[in-house]
Ligand binder design. Structure first.
Ligand SMILES: [Zn+2]
Length: 87
């Protein structure tokens, strides 16, 4: 887990500054993708919520559409049975 205070050096496990490129304890280069990883999680959470909202909206629209379709089908069934009755 990356805290706001800094990150842990993967080589010597010492806490170094978040934006550090080189560990001040062992002098090794640190992976610069920690910053991207930090933004990666909120994006995932946002995407999850967006997906959830989209799913809920879709379910609502589908429910309405289904109800509407059923209502239309009742009329269609009626007219179809009328046509068959005439044949
Ligand atoms: Zn280090």
């Amino acid at each position: 887990m990356i805290s706001s205070l800094g990150k842990i050096c993967p080589y010597c496990k010492e806490r170094v500054k978040k934006h550090a490129f080189v560990c001040r304890y062992c002098g090794r280069e640190l992976e610069p993708n920690n910053e991207r990883e930090h933004n990666f999680y909120p994006n995932w959470i946002f995407a999850g919520f967006a997906g959830l909202a989209a799913g809920a909206a879709l379910a609502l629209v589908f429910g309405y559409w289904k109800e509407r379709r059923r209502w239309q089908e009742e009329i269609t069934d009626y007219s179809v049975s009328e046509e068959f009755a005439h044949e």
